[in-house]
Design a protein around this ligand. Sequence first.
Ligand SMILES: [Fe+2]
Ligand SMILES: [Fe+2]
Length: 331
Amino acid sequence: MVPRDEVVERKFERLRALIRQLALAWPLVGLPGALAGCSCPDADTVYLLREPDETTRMLLEACEDPARHDCMPLCEHLAGRADAGASDREPITHCELHASNDGYTEVHVSWHQVCIGGRRPEGLVLATAGAAGAGALFAEVAQLELASVPAFERLARELRAHGAPASLPAEALRARADERRHARVVGALARRFGARVPRAGVPEQDVRALEAVAIDNAVEGCVREAYGALVATHQARRATDPAVRRAMAAIAADETRHAALSYAVDEWVRCRLGAAARRRVMEARRAACDALAGDVEQTTPLATASLAGLPDATVARRLVEAVGQLAAEAA
Ligand SMILES: [Fe+2]
Ligand SMILES: [Fe+2]
C-alpha cells in the first residue's frame, strides 16, 4: 500500500478550506438557476398539442403556414419563455413540428445544454442521451464521469513513465476508482429520470511528453476538476432533490481530492520543465480559465438546474474567479 502523498494532503486541506469559505458566501448570492462547465449535446423536449388554447393555436398556424413558417414563437411560448427576457435564458437551438396519426401535433424543442464533469480524456466524443431535462443532464454527466476513468489511467501511466514519486500515480489510480463509482451513481440518477447513458468514445492513448502531460493536467485538473469540485459542493447543498444532494456530497469530496492531486502533479512536473515550457503551461491554464468563464454564460433550463442544485450564472462566475485565483496562487 503506497502512503498518501503529503503534498496532495496539504493541497486537499487548502482546497477544502477554500470551498468551505465559498460555500458560506453562496447563500447571499441568490437562487440556483443554471450552470456550466463544458458543452454537451442539446437536450430535447417534446410537447404534445391535443386541444391547444387560443394563443397556442395562433402560434401553431404561423408555424404551419408554408408562407411564414415562423415556429420559434410557438416553441418560446410552449417552453414558458415568451414573456421572459431572452438574455438570461437558455437558447432554443431547434424547433419543429411533427403531425401525429392520433390527431395531435408534436412540437420538438431542443435546448442548448451545458454540464460539468471531471477530467476529460483527449479526443473524447460525447454521445447524445436521447432524453430531456434532468435525465439528459445526468446522462451527460455520467458519460463525463466514465470518460474520466481512462484519463486517470493515462495520467497514472504517464507519471510512472516520467519517474514521478510512487504516491502520485497511486493517487491517480484511486481517482480512477472514484470516477467509476461516480459514473455508477450519476448513471442511476439519469435512469431514475428516464434517460439511458450512452458510452462516450475515447481513443487509444499513448504516453505523452512531459510538457503535454503538464498542459493537460493544468487544463483538465487544476482548472476543470477544481471547478467541478466547487460545483459539486454547491449541488450537495442546493439540489432540491434529496438523492442528488446525497450523491453530490460524496462526489464533491472526491472531486476536491482530484483537484488537489492535479495541483500536486503540477508542482512536481513544473520543476522538471524549462522556463519556456513552464510559461506555456501557465498560458494554457489561463486560457482554460477564460474558456470556463465563457462556458458559464451558457445555461440549463431552470427546473433542471434547481433539481440538480446547479449554480446560477452569477455564482458560477464567482466560482470561476475562485479557480482562477487558485491557479494564480499556484503559479
Ligand atoms: Fe474527478
Ligand atoms: Fe467524478
